[in-house]
Design a protein around this ligand. Sequence first.
Ligand SMILES: [Zn+2]
Length: 254
Amino acid sequence: MTDALTPVLRALDARRAPLTMFLRDDDAGWETPRLMALIDVTQAAGAAIDLAVIPQATGEALAETLCARIDAAPGSIGVHQHGFAHLNHETLGRRCEFGSARSVSMQRHDLRQGRTRLRTMFGHRLDDFFTPPWNRCSAATPAVLAELGFTLLSRDRTAAPQNVLPELNVTLDWCKHSRDDGRDLGPVWQTLAEAVQQHADGDAPLGLMLHHGPMTAADLDGLRGLLRTLQDHGGVRWQAMRDLVPQRSVAGVH
Ligand SMILES: [Zn+2]
């Protein structure tokens, strides 16, 4: 593990200060046993994880389990809204739940319903953040989110810029680079090393996106090894998204 991670550690060694990173895991509500296995890994390593939770896929049992785990280890797990039902409404082009096929009023309805449902289940534990399914939404969506009280949008670093809400985007997609059901993680480490090398001191935190659903036991072993190695190295500070909300004035929002 350490040998495979040498390029990552070298990139960290070249930095003047520790690198701030965060973990965002998408699709809580699906594949709950795998979600719990992932949380076991991050909690054992002392790394915070933020869960993007699908309102319509999340029932009372999962919510109660997550609330208990959050209360037992405050700060170790963040929860925020991930779409509404995680449905694709587009008939052409890339998949999107909050895209041009949905009017502003339909988007508002879905966002509000989802928010109410998650607030009922998670109460004060719910962060006012929104991760759209497939990391994309229409140009109109940020204003609707702001109107409903959301304070942060999270997509990926290639998302079209918007000026309505602060944004905290992921940089790396674990599952995109994991090969052979998690048995070959070389491309993950290579991509991570490159991202660390390209990351300037003043840049936004580096976000690692996970999807517990397709992550195998081998993927979790790899993540466990990464977290342990980075902890021993000391060059990365894992933080929760709620501690990383960009502080900047937001135009047009009161
Ligand atoms: Zn998703």
